[in-house]
Structures are given as structure tokens and as C-alpha cells.
Write a protein that binds this ligand. Structure first.
Ligand code: F6R
Length: 655
């Protein structure tokens, strides 16, 4: 567990928080607490009543409880459970129902009596729904109330499905899902139009009556809402904020979900850094200066002693001297992130007086051309996240390889595939044996609007995306012979089941790295994609680097993380900023356009209605504006990267 002392943080945080280095450690700690409760109750010959959540957050918790049940002989015979919610209407047998989820991840693997399991009924007739909800509340009371409530938090701040606006006194009831919540769930249901509009959820008041409440949150995409719930006012607009009023609540979160808390984002507001066990190192100075410049709406070099003092940065002035000195130090740090030569300069074309390529490490700076490996989790992340830089690297003559880690088949709609199948059928390209099959598929699509969920259909969807990636890479100047389609198997897990890396996923990555031995690796460090694919892809890279770690090429290589469609690095995290010209922005747009199946009706657009090319352009333009507002030159657009030496990466993203 990490984090500075509580007295300082408690001025901002209104709920006790335990911050763990990883979600795995955090889940183990919560599982131990639940196991201890179950055992205590067994000794006292009493039941333990658990309130349970679904979603991606508690998966590792349930896996750990199952492990404890098996390996440490923990019986669930005295456990009674009440789930928070269920979609409505939904059949319990549907793989997307929460009943199915709970059976698959917990109930089928432990000895809980089926009669002790309670979930809202997604098939309750609408005429008797109110009675069903009242009965659910009565069953909780009859069981003696909830001893331990597990919660996740939605990006709307919901707990259970108590969406913004849910009153504190609410009880179990039918609710309409928030549009952001439905968009987050759309991937599981094959599109927003197939996602339920309603759910039955227990109420805020029911949750607050639990004797102990633990809210779990993992990942950067939860950081802002965790901050709002823990540091913001108590408001029905963020229903998780009601937990501040419960004296046995704890937020158990990982470091990424804690990232927006004052103690991490602006720790100087808590007091002198030395008293918090922190120091004014270069990274902290840069963060404070950028924060101050944005707060005062002034370029870095224009900040005065008064700006520092009035914003609570006296400690920085005291340790570093005057505003003039701090400004210069911060400004140079920022300026040195910018280069138009992301792979270094060709020594044969370097003239005396050319600016040095500063962000590159000295180790590989002299090697030209370099072997560059761009890792793209999905077939379009490379061009969305770093299309301009990709063009530059190819144009500068480097040996650029792009590896697409998963097939991306899940994000191709039936409509898009049916269109391709019709083309093949009508073109006469399919032999007589296949034409009939094609026609049958197209007819099925015509009448039902969907294609059968067969491995073959899934495979074809992957092929459609492969062709799109080849076309986009061609726009960027990367020949198809340097493209690697890894098709990592973890991506093909059944809907609702837990995705995890297997041996084959790891070995494909290992072999690729061993074959290319890249000088530069560009990987998606964007951990906010809704289904965790990017996170697993990054873990696969980490495992592969760890396996190669003794080899000299790894020590000399450099790793740059780019962001995908979901968010941008904040200015203080950027180590490499590649400015793009207006023509390069257009070329990147053309490359993104090649991913036709991801336009307009992409299944995974998330809470942002803009298409991927628009997000990419807005994001890189906004970053250029941010740099300009800080007092740096005015560029059309900037693509940004965070640097890791592989050994630091292995340390920061432990196995
Ligand atoms: C699920 C539930 C929801 C989720 C929340 C977070 O039973 O009640 O409140 O906990 O939507 O979902 P994930 O964990 O998928 O991010």
C-alpha cells in the first residue's frame, strides 16, 4: 500500500482510502478480509451476508475467493449473497446477465447453497415489478442486513445502478440506465441498440445500511470520478459521494485510479513536500510549473514570484530560488521534449549547427537507420495514436515494423461484414461451392439483421480489419512485408468471461521481439480502452521484455508509450513531442479513413461521439495549443510520447 500520511490528505479526502500498487494486490487484501469475516461467522455459527457487484472490477476478487475456497479450504456454506443489480429485461441464461456472470465467476466454483443466492429477477413481469423490489428489500432485512458490501464505481459515479440524480433515500427499484453507462456496456451487447435501457438496482439507502462497505476502482479511466466521490461534495449527481456519510466505508483503489487525488496530482497543496516524504525533483518541478502556468493563464517565462506565492508554491520558490530560475528550468525541460526527428537524425544529412535531437537517449542516438517496432493493440491504434510520427519514421528511412496485437474482429458489425460478403458473392470470385453458403449467410442477415456467431464469421471480421490496416500502413509508407498480425488468442475469450494472457499470447510477443530486436519500440500506453485490451497488450510486452532482459539489444533499446483514442498524456508526462505539419495531419486522416468499419457506427466509441479521426485531430491540435500557451512555438498539431527505459518499464509495471 502506498500514500503519504493521512492527516495532510484528510483535508481533501472525505473517505478513508487504501491505495495499492496493483489491482491484484488490492483484490487479494479485500478477499482476505471477506474470508476472515466468513470464518468468524462460522465459528459463531452465524451467516455472513455479502452484498456483491458485477462488472470488470471485482473479477480478480472473485478469482481470489475461489482460490482461497480451494486451496485454503474456505467454505461458503454459511454465506448469503445479495447482488446489487440486474439488467431488465434479461433472461438469467443470457451470457450477458449478471446472474450468468455471478455463476461463472463465483457461485459455480464454491459451495454456496443455491438457496442462499439472491439477485434481482430480470424476468419479473412488469406488472409485479414493484412487489418484486419490495420483496428483495424484505429478504435483505430477513437475512439480518448486509455485513459486507462490495461496490464498483461507474464513470457516471454510480454505485449499483444508482445513476446521477438518485436520491439518498432510494430503495430497490427499476431505473433507466444513463446513456454513458449504456455506451460503456455496448461492446458486451454488440452495439448500443442491443443494450438494455433499464436495470433493477438496490437503492442508495439500502447500500448505506450495510455494516461495512468497500468500493473498488482500478485504472486511470476511473481516476476523475474517484476524486469526485472522495474529495468532492456529497451530491446525488455522484451517488458514490454518499459513501462519505458512512463511517465504515473504505475506497480500495490502485495507483492509476488514485492519480487525480490531490495527494498525487498537486501534492504541494497539502504542505511542504519534505514533510510528505516527497521532493522537488525535475519531474515535480515541471508538473508544478505547468499547473501554475495553466492556473494563472500565463506563459511559463512570465510567471512571477507573486504567482508562485499566491498559488501555494512558496515551498518551491524557497528550495529553488527565484521565479526567474524556476521558470527557466521548467521551460527548458519542456522545450527539450520537442523534436521532428523521432528516430534521430541521419548523420549523413546532419549539418553543423543543426539542433540536437534531445529526447533520444545517448545509447541509440548514433544508430541510423534504426529498427523500429510499433505495437498497435487493435488494427487502427497505430494511425490514431501516432499516425504522423509513423509517417515521419518511414520517411526518414528507418526500418519500421508494425505489429497488430489482436485481430479487432469484435468491433466489426455484422452489417459491415455482410456488405463484404455480398461483394464476394456478386463479384463471381467465390467458387460454386461457396456461393450457396455466402447467399445463405447474406439472406440470414437480410431477414434477421445479424450473422451467426460462428468462429468462421469471427475470423472473416478479423480479415476485414487486416485489409484496412494494410491499406492504412501503405498510406503511412510502411510496406505490407513489415506488418505483423499477431492475432493474440486472449482477445477471443467468450463474452462475459475474464480475459487473461495465456502462454501463446506471451510467446508470440517474445518471438516477435527476438526476431526484430528493435532499437525503438512504440507501444500503446493508453490504459483507458473500455475492454482492457490495451492493458493486456502492454502486459504482454512487459512479459516479453522481461524474458529478453539479459540481452544487449534490450538495454540499448528505448520504449515510447503513445496514447490511443481515449485520452492524451498530460503536458507534464510528455517526454517526446513530435510536431506535425498541416499536410501530415491530412495524411494521418487519410490513413485513419482506411479503417472504414470503425467509422460512424463503431461499436466501441465509448462516451465520445466523435469519430476516431476527429478525436485524433482534436487531441493533437489541443496539445499544440497547450504547448503554445505554455510559451513554446506554435505548431499545427503535436503527437506525444512518454519514455521508458525497458528496465524502468519493468519496474513500474511489475509482473
Ligand atoms: C455492477 C454495478 C456497477 C459497476 C460499475 C463499474 O453490479 O453495480 O455499479 O460496479 O458500473 O463497472 P466496471 O467494474 O465494469 O467498471
Amino acid at each position: 500500500m502506498t500514500g503519504p500520511p493521512t492527516p495532510a490528505t484528510s483535508r481533501f479526502e472525505h473517505v478513508p482510502l487504501a491505495v495499492f500498487a496493483s489491482s491484484a494486490e488490492a483484490s487479494q487484501s479485500v478477499a482476505r478480509e471477506i474470508a476472515a469475516l466468513i470464518r468468524d461467522r462460522q465459528k459463531a455459527k452465524r451467516t455472513a451476508v455479502l452484498g456483491l457487484a458485477t462488472g470488470s472490477t471485482p473479477l480478480a476478487l472473485y478469482a481470489e475467493l475461489v482460490r482461497i475456497h480451494r486451496e485454503e479450504v474456505l467454505s461458503f456454506s454459511n454465506v448469503v449473497t445479495f447482488n446489487l443489480d440486474e439488467y431488465y429485461p434479461i433472461a438469467p441464461s443470457s451470457p450477458r446477465s449478471y446472474r450468468h456472470y455471478m455463476q461463472a465467476h463465483l457461485f459455480d466454483h464454491v459451495d454456496i447453497p443455491p438457496t442462499s443466492i439472491n439477485l434481482p429477477d430480470g424476468t419479473a413481469p412488469s406488472a409485479s415489478l414493484d412487489a418484486h423490489c419490495r420483496d428483495y428489500e424484505e429478504r435483505i432485512q430477513a437475512a439480518g442486513g448486509i455485513d459486507f458490501q462490495v461496490l464498483g464505481i461507474g464513470r457516471t459515479g454510480h454505485i449499483g445502478f444508482n445513476e446521477p440524480g438518485s436520491p439518498r433515500r432510494s430503495r430497490t427499484r427499476l431505473v433507466t440506465l444513463d446513456s454513458l453507462t449504456r455506451r460503456d456496456a455496448a461492446g458486451d451487447f454488440g452495439g448500443e441498440e442491443h443494450t438494455p435501457k433499464y436495470a433493477i438496482t438496490i437503492g442508495v439507502r439500502t447500500i448505506l445500511e450495510a455494516r461495512r462497505i468497500v468500493l473498488l476502482a482500478w485504472g486511470q479511466h476511473k481516476a476523475e470520478i474517484v476524486r469526485a466521490a472522495a474529495e468532492g461534495p456529497v451530491t446525488p449527481q455522484v451517488t458514490a459521494s454518499f459513501l462519505q456519510e458512512h463511517d465504515q466505508t473504505q475506497f480500495v483503489i490502485d495507483r492509476a485510479a488514485a492519480g487525480a487525488l490531490t495527494r498525487y496530482r498537486t501534492p504541494w497543496l497539502l504542505g511542504a513536500l519534505g514533510d510528505l516524504g516527497l521532493e522537488w525533483d525535475a519531474a515535480m518541478v515541471r508538473r508544478a510549473i505547468i499547473w501554475l502556468s495553466q492556473l494563472r493563464k500565463k506563459a511559463v517565462l512570465k510567471l512571477t514570484d507573486d504567482d508562485y506565492n499566491e498559488a501555494g508554491l512558496q515551498d518551491l520558490l524557497r528550495t529553488q530560488g527565484s521565479a526567474y530560475e524556476v521558470n527557466l528550468a521548467g521551460f527548458y525541460q519542456l522545450q527539450h521534449t520537442i523534436t521532428g526527428w523521432p528516430g534521430g537524425r541521419d548523420p549523413r544529412r546532419t549539418k553543423p549547427g543543426d539542433a540536437p535531437v534531445r529526447p533520444l537517449r545517448a545509447l541509440s542516438a548514433g544508430v541510423f537507420p534504426k529498427r523500429v517496432l510499433v505495437l498497435s493493440p487493435h488494427p487502427d491504434d497505430d494511425v490514431i495514436g501516432m499516425g504522423g510520427t509513423l509517417c515521419r519514421l518511414a520517411e526518414h528511412g528507418h526500418e519500421v515494423h508494425v505489429a497488430y496485437q489482436v485481430s479487432g474482429a469484435n468491433a466489426v458489425s455484422d452489417e459491415a461484414l455482410a456488405r463484404a460478403l455480398r461483394f464476394v458473392g456478386d463479384s463471381g470470385l467465390a467458387g460454386p461451392a461457396n456461393v450457396e453458403r455466402l447467399c445463405a449467410l447474406c439472406d440470414a442477415h437480410e431477414s434477421t439483421g445479424s450473422l451467426p456467431e460462428t468462429p468462421e464469421v469471427h475470423n472473416w471480421k478479423g480479415l476485414v480489419r487486416r485489409q484496412e490496416a494494410i491499406a492504412a500502413a501503405r498510406v503511412c509508407g510502411v510496406p505490407s512485408g513489415r506488418l505483423h498480425f499477431l492475432d493474440m488468442p486472449f482477445y477471443h475469450a467468450r463474452p462475459g468471461s475474464r480475459r487473461q494472457l495465456g502462454d501463446r499470447d506471451r510467446s508470440v510477443m517474445r518471438e516477435l521481439l527476438g526476431a526484430i530486436r528493435p532499437h525503438l519500440i512504440f507501444a500503446a500506453g493508453d490504459l483507458d480502452d473500455p475492454h482492457g485490451t490495451h492493458r493486456l497488450c502492454l502486459h504482454a510486452l512487459r512479459d516479453a521484455l522481461a524474458r529478453h532482459s539479459g540481452e544487449p539489444w534490450v538495454r540499448e533499446s528505448e520504449l515510447w508509450l503513445y496514447r490511443g483514442a481515449w485520452s492524451e498524456w498530460s503536458a507534464d508526462e510528455i517526454d517526446l513531442a513530435v510536431p506535425l505539419s498541416p499536410q501530415e495531419v491530412l495524411r494521418r486522416r487519410r490513413a485513419i479513413f482506411c479503417h472504414e468499419t470503425q467509422k460512424d457506427i463503431a461499436l466501441f466509441l465509448g462516451d465520445d461521439r466523435r469519430e476516431f479521426w476527429q478525436r485524433s485531430e482534436d487531441r493533437s491540435r489541443r496539445l499544440a495549443e497547450t504547448y503554445n500557451a505554455l510559451g513554446l512555438a506554435e505548431y499545427e498539431a503535436i503527437e506525444a510520447f512518454k519514455r521508458y527505459a525497458p528496465e524502468e518499464f519493468l519496474r513500474d509495471l511489475p509482473l
